[in-house]
Write a protein that binds this ligand. Structure first.
Ligand SMILES: NC(=O)C1=CN([C@@H]2O[C@H](COP(=O)(O)OP(=O)(O)OC[C@H]3O[C@@H](n4cnc5c(N)ncnc54)[C@H](O)[C@@H]3O)[C@@H](O)[C@H]2O)C=CC1
Ligand SMILES: O=C(O)CCC(=O)C(=O)O
Length: 508
C-alpha cells in the first residue's frame, strides 16, 4: 500500500511523525561544536526484495507534475526559491571530482556541459557498448547516461556497485530493467516529451513520401532511371490516418494531419479527449479496417509485442500503409514482408527494429536480424536508422533536461520526474542553514522502518521530512539541523545498520 508522509517540524515542535507506522518519536537539538572532517558516502544493500510492478499508462508521464527551472546557464538547477529568500545551498554527496559519470550513445553536448559544470568526471562515448564491455566500464561509475540502445538488464546493473542514478536521454525506458534498478535503489530518469515533435514531423514526411512513392522514385533517379508514374500515387487529403497510441506523439500527429486534410481515427487503451475532429475507436481491428495509413506510437511492453502481425495485416485495407516509429518489437517483420510481397500493403516506413546496430557505420544485414536483406529489397519501404528523435532541437533539449534531473538527484536527492521511484522532494537547504544535513534512506517498504529511522535521527531536530513508497521500495528524505560534523558519520553508520536499508546517502 503506497504511503506518503510529509512532516514539517519546527524547532519548538520536535515530534517526528511516521505515518506508515503510526510512530511518534522525540527529537532534540544538540549544540554545534567543531568536528572531524566528513566523508560523503553512498552504500547499497544487495539484498533488496523483488516484486514490483510499473504502470505503463502514459498519463503517468503526461500529467506528471512539472516545475520551473532556471536556465542551465545559471549553473544552479534548483527547484524553487527558498521561503526565507536566502540563497539555496549547493549540497553535494561526494567530493566533486569523485562523481564519475559514463555517457554512452553520443549524448548531446548540452547535457555533457551541464554535468561537467558541476565538476563531475564525465566520460562520453559515441556508441553503446556490448554487454561484457559495458559491465567492465560501469563497475565504478555513480551516474550512467544512455539512449535507447544500451540494454541495462539485471546482469549489467548488478556489476555497477556504485551506481545511484541512470539518465535515459530519450523517451523510452524499456531498455532498462526498471524494477531491478528500483529494488537496488538506482533511480531512473528520462525525457518524456522533448523529442515528440521531431517524431511527429518525421511521420508527416513519411505519410506523403509513401503516398507518392518518393523513396522508389528517388532511388531510381540515383540509379540513372527516369520513371514518371502516377499509378497508385495519391494525395493524402481526404484519406484516413489511424493512430495507435494517442499519447504525446500520436496526439501531435492528430493535429498536424488534420491540417493536411486527413481524417483521424485512433485507438488507445486509455479513454482520451479527442483533438480537433479525431475519433477514438474501440478496438485495434476497427482502426485497422478503417485506416488508409496506420501509424504506431505505443510503448514497448508485453501487450504491444507483435501487435501488428499476420492476423492484423489481414484485417487492414488492401493498399494501406504502415508506419512504425515506436519500437521494433511492435511489428512482426516477417509478416510485414509477406504483406508487402502479396500486395496487402502498398508501403511501409520503419524507424525501429528488434535488433539495432550499436553505432554508425555498422551493417544492417541478416546477421543483425534474419530478415534484413528481404526487407531491404521490398518496394516502397522507407528504412531509417532510429532517427525519429534525432534533431538538433530535440537532442539539445533532452541533454539539458535529463542532465539537470541527474544533477538534482546527485546533489539534492530529489526524485521528481523519476520513472521507477516515488517522487520525493524537499525545499532546498539555504546558505544560512550551516549545520544541517539531508538524510536520504532508500529502503525496503516494510512496516516499522520509518520508526527505526526516526529513532536514529531522534537526537537531532528533523526540520522537514518526506517519505513515499512504490511497490517494494520506499524513499525517505529528511533535513536535520544542529548536526555536528562528527555526528554525521555516526548517523550514517546507524542507518547503514538497519536491515531494510538499500542505500543511505547523507548530503551536507
Ligand atoms: N523513433 C524514435 O526515435 C522514438 C520512438 N519513441 C517511441 O514512441 C513511443 C510513444 O511515445 P509517446 O507518444 O511519447 O508515448 P506516450 O506514453 O505519450 O503515449 C503512448 C500511448 O500508447 C498508449 N498505449 C499503451 N499501450 C497500448 C496498447 N496496447 N494499445 C493501444 N495504445 C496503447 C498509451 O495509453 C498512450 O496513450 C515511446 O514509448 C517510444 O518507444 C519515442 C520517441 C522517439
Ligand atoms: O534518439 C534516441 O536515441 C532514441 C529515441 C527514442 O526512441 C526515444 O526517445 O524513446
Amino acid at each position: 500500500m503506497p504511503v506518503s508522509a510529509l512532516t514539517e517540524n519546527l524547532k519548538n515542535n520536535n515530534g517526528n511523525v511516521d505515518q506508515k507506522d503510526g510512530v511518534t518519536s522525540p527529537s532534540q537539538d544538540i549544540p554545534i561544536s567543531g568536528g572531524q572532517s566528513l566523508t560523503r558516502e553512498v552504500s547499497r544493500s544487495m539484498h533488496a526484495r523483488e516484486s514490483f510492478s510499473f504502470g505503463t499508462s502514459p498519463d503517468q508521464q503526461r500529467h506528471r507534475p512539472t516545475f520551473s527551472r532556471p536556465s542551465h546557464e545559471s549553473g544552479s538547477p534548483h527547484l524553487t526559491r527558498t521561503m526565507t529568500g536566502a540563497a539555496p545551498k549547493k549540497l553535494q554527496p561526494f567530493r566533486e571530482q569523485d562523481v564519475k559519470i559514463l555517457l554512452l550513445e553520443n549524448v548531446n553536448k548540452t547535457g555533457q556541459d551541464v554535468l561537467r559544470e558541476q565538476g563531475y568526471q564525465v566520460e562520453a562515448l559515441k556508441s553503446s557498448l556490448p554487454e561484457d564491455q559495458l559491465i567492465e566500464r560501469i563497475k565504478d561509475v555513480h551516474v550512467l547516461g544512455i539512449r535507447s540502445k544500451t540494454k541495462l538488464n539485471s546482469r549489467v546493473l548488478a556489476a555497477a556497485k556504485n551506481l545511484i542514478v541512470i539518465g535515459c536521454f530519450c523517451i523510452g525506458t524499456n531498455q532498462v530493467d526498471l524494477k531491478y534498478a528500483a529494488d537496488h535503489g538506482i533511480c531512473v530518469f528520462n525525457s518524456p516529451f522533448s523529442n515528440s515533435r521531431s517524431v511527429a514531423e518525421l511521420v508527416i514526411a513519411e505519410i506523403i513520401t509513401l503516398a507518392r512513392q518518393l523513396g522508389d522514385r528517388s532511388n531510381e533517379m540515383h540509379a540513372g532511371t527516369w520513371n514518371k508514374v502516377s499509378s497508385k500515387c495519391w494525395e493524402v487529403r481526404g484519406k484516413t490516418l489511424g493512430i495507435v497510441g494517442y499519447g504525446h506523439i500520436g496526439s501531435q500527429l492528430s493535429v498536424m494531419t488534420e491540417a493536411m486534410g486527413m481524417k483521424v481515427i485512433y485507438y488507445d487503451v486509455v479513454n482520451l479527449m479527442s483533438l480537433g475532429t479525431a475519433h477514438q475507436v474501440s478496438s485495434l481491428d476497427e482502426l485497422l479496417k478503417g485506416a488508409d495509413f496506420i501509424t504506431l506510437h505505443v510503448p514497448e511492453i508485453p501487450e504491444t509485442k507483435n501487435m501488428i502481425s499476420t492476423a492484423q495485416f489481414e484485417v487492414m485495407k488492401t493498399g494501406s500503409y504502415l508506419i512504425n516509429a515506436s519500437r521494433g518489437s511492435v511489428v512482426d517483420i516477417p509478416a510485414l514482408i509477406e504483406a508487402s510481397r502479396n500486395g496487402k500493403i502498398a508501403g511501409a516506413a520503419l524507424d525501429v527494429y528488434p535488433s539495432e546496430p550499436a553505432g554508425n557505420g555498422d551493417y544492417f544485414n541478416n546477421e543483425l536480424n534474419s530478415w534484413c536483406e528481404d526487407l531491404r529489397r521490398l518496394k516502397n519501404i522507407i528504412l531509417t536508422p532510429h532517427i525519429g528523435g534525432s534533431t538538433e532541437e530535440a537532442q539539445s533539449a533532452i541533454g539539458i533536461e535529463v542532465a539537470e534531473s541527474l544533477v538534482r538527484y546527485v546533489n539534492e536527492g530529489v526524485t521528481v520526474g523519476a520513472v521507477n521511484m516515488p517522487e520525493v522532494t524537499l525545499r532546498s537547504l539555504t546558505m544560512d542553514q550551516e549545520d544541517h544535513a539531508r538524510v536520504i534512506f532508500i529502503h525496503q517498504n516494510v512496516p516499522g522502518v520509518l520508526g527505526r529511522v526516526n529513532k536514529v535521527l531522534s537526537d537531532h531536530n528533523v526540520d522537514k521530512q518526506m517519505s513515499d513508497s512504490r511497490g517494494d521500495m520506499a524513499y525517505m528524505m529528511a533535513d536535520i539541523s544542529n548536526v555536528r560534523q562528527a555526528e554525521i558519520e555516526t548517523l550514517y553508520k546507524d542507518l547503514e545498520g538497519l536491515k531494510e536499508r538499500i542505500i543511505t546517502r547523507i548530503l551536507y
